[in-house]
Design a protein around this ligand. Sequence first.
Ligand code: DGJ
Length: 709
Amino acid sequence: MAIIYHEEKKLFEIRTERSSYLFGINGNGTIQHLYWGEPIAAAESVDLLKSRSHSSFDAAVDREAEEYGGWGGANYAEPGLKASFADGVRDLQLQAIGHTIEGEEALALHLKDAHYDLRVDVRYKVVGRHDLIERRVAIRNGEAEPVRIEQAMAALWSIGGLPDYRLTHVTGRWAGEHQLRSNLLSEGKKVLESRRGFTGPHANPWFAIDDGGASETAGRVWFGALAWSGNWKLVFERTTFGGVRVAGGVNDFDGAFSLAPGETYESPVFVGGFATGGFGQMSRALHQYEREEILPARGPRKVLYNSWEATEFAVNVRDQLALAEKAAQIGVERFVVDDGWFGERHSDRAGLGDWRVNAEKFPNGLEELIAAVKGLGMEFGLWVEPESVNPDSDLFRAHPDWIYRFPTRRSTPLRNQYLLNLGKPEVKHFVLDFMTELLSKHEISFIKWDLNRTVTEPGDSGNADTTHSVWNRHVANLYEIWAELRRRFPHVAFETCAGGGARIDLGILRYADQAWISDNTDARDRLTIQEGFTYAYSPSAMMCWVTEAPNGFNGRSLPLSYRFHSAMMGGLGIGANIGKWSEKEMAEAARYVSLYKEIRHLVTDGDQYRLASLRDSNIAAYQYVGRDGDEAVVFAFLQSEHFGGSERRLRLRGLDPEAVYEVRGDDGSEAWVRHGSTLMHLGLPLALRGDYASWLLRLRRIGESAKEA
Ligand code: DGJ
C-alpha cells in the first residue's frame, strides 16, 4: 500500500494490495486519469498522459477522463464542479497548484481556478487492505463575493479499456427494496438518483461496473458507494471516445447554494474499489470495510422482538407485558415497542410529534414495562419518528411553521403527516432535547429511528447557513443529532429505518448500528431483498424478522423453519404475534434462537458467499465462513421441486481444500465428513424436496490435512 508522486513524470500512483490507481498532470494542465485495475509498473503508463484533440467538436478529449474538473472551456463530460462567480462568469479553469501526501494513506490535490480564488482540494484516503479508495472534495471560496455552487460532485471515477461496460445496481419501491438490475451501458448517460430528500427505496447510491463477463466468483469489477442520506446522484456516462465516467455526489437538482467568502463546502465521501474475483469479492470487501471503518457496532447483533406486526398501534402495557414474557421464553435479548406508545397515537392519523408516554396505554409510565422486560433478562428498545408530525398533534398546533412549506402553497400530507424542517435550529434542538429526555429518563438500550414519507415543498428554513441547500441542511443536521445522541448515550444502539429500507447508505451507517431493510417480511420475498442488500451492505447490519404465516403482505404461508432460516442470515428478529403461537411453535422458535446464537458470529463477522441465487435457478444458497476458517454455516432454499432432472449438488466456497470438515444439517440427518476440496468441487447432495423447503448446514474443521483424515 503506497501513495507515490513520480515528480519527473507528473504521475500519481496509489497502490492498494491488489490494484493500481494512476493519474497525472498533462501538458494542458488537465489532471488526467490513466489507469485503474490490476497492479502495473506505474511509470510505464506515462505514454497515456497527453492532451488529445479530435476536432473542433471534440477539442479536449483528454477531459473526458479528468480526475476532477470543473465545467468550463471545451469540457462537455459530466463535470465535478459547476460554479458561477459574482461577476457573472460561469467558466471554471481548475489548475493543479500542489499536493500533500500524508503517510501511506492520504493524498490531497490542491486545485485553484486560474483567475478566481476558488480552491478545490480533491482528497483520497486509501483503505489498501480492501482495495478501496475513499474520495471527497473540499471547496473553499477565497473571493470577497459569494460564489454560487451549482454542482459539486464528491468524485469522478474513470474506467477505461473495456470492450463493454455493464452496470449493476438496485432499484425498488416500498416493501420491495434492493432489487438487482444489470444493463450494458451504451454511449450517453444513465442516471441513478434520489430527489425525495432521503436515500430512497427506488435506487441506492452504489454501483458495480464490469465488462459484461464478471460473475459471482470471477471477473474484474469496479464499484463504489456514496455516503449520503439526502438527495444524491450517480451519473454513468459512456463517452464517445470509449471510456466510462462515474460522477457521484449530492444531487445538483434544486441543490444550488451560495458559498460565502471564506466558507468551505465539504462533500460526502464516495468510496471506490476494484476486485478481480467477481461480485462476491466486491461484496466481501465492502462488508469488511463497513464492519471495520463505518458501522459503530462491533460483534454480533442481539436477537430482538418487535411488536409492530402483532399489535400495530394498539399498544398497551398489558399486551406488551404478555408479549415480553413470551419473547423471553424463546430467548429474545431485546424487546422493542414500536409505533403507538405516545401522544394520541391510535392510528397513523394523529399524535406524531407528541413524544410523551400515553397515560391510558401506560398508566404507570414506561417504567413498569421496562422493569418487567429487564426482569425477564432483556434490554428495552423503543420506536421513534422524530422528523415527522401529524397535523392532528399538539406539536403541529403549537408550531405550524416548523414544517417544510412554501408560503403560497399547501404542504402535501403523506401517510397523514408532514415533515419537520430539521434545518431550523429550533427544530433541531427540539429533536435533540426530546430524544435526550427520553433516553435520560428511561433505561432504553435501543432506538429504531423511522421516517415514513418523502420530502415535498422544501421551502427554505430561513437559516443563515449558506453552505447547504435546504435539502442538505436536513441531512447535515440529522447526522449531527445522531452523532450527539451517540456521544451522550454510548450504550444505546440505533437502527435506521425509513418505512423499511429507504434510508440505508454509507452516510447513515456511520451512526446506525443496524438497518431495517424492508417492511416486507415474507421470508421468500426477503431472499431477493436480502441478496440485493448484501451486494453493497454487510449482513451484520441487515435486520430480518420472523413473522406470521400466512404473511400479512402476500398471504403466503411458509414453514417456521423456512422463516427462521431466511431471517437467520442477518440480525435475527421476531416480529410475529407470538402470543398466539402454539407450544410446538414456541419450542421450535426457541431451538432456532438458540442455534442462531451459536452461529451468529459467522453471519455478522464472517465472509459471505452467495452460492446460488433465485435470480438464475430455483435454488438460493448462502454461506458464511468464520474469519479463522474453522467454521461455516450454509442456508439453502428450494423454490419449487421439478420432477426428474439431474441430482442437485451444493458446491461450497471459501474453505481450506486440504482441511477436513464435519458437516451437519439441522434436519437431524447423519453428519458427513468431507475434505474442503470435495465440498467445494464435488459438493453435497442437496436434500431439499417439495416447495419452499429450506436447510441449514453447519461446518466444523476437524482435521488439518488430507493425511490426518
Ligand atoms: C414503518 C416501519 O418500517 C415499520 O416497521 C413500523 O415501524 C411502522 N413504520 C410504524 O409506523
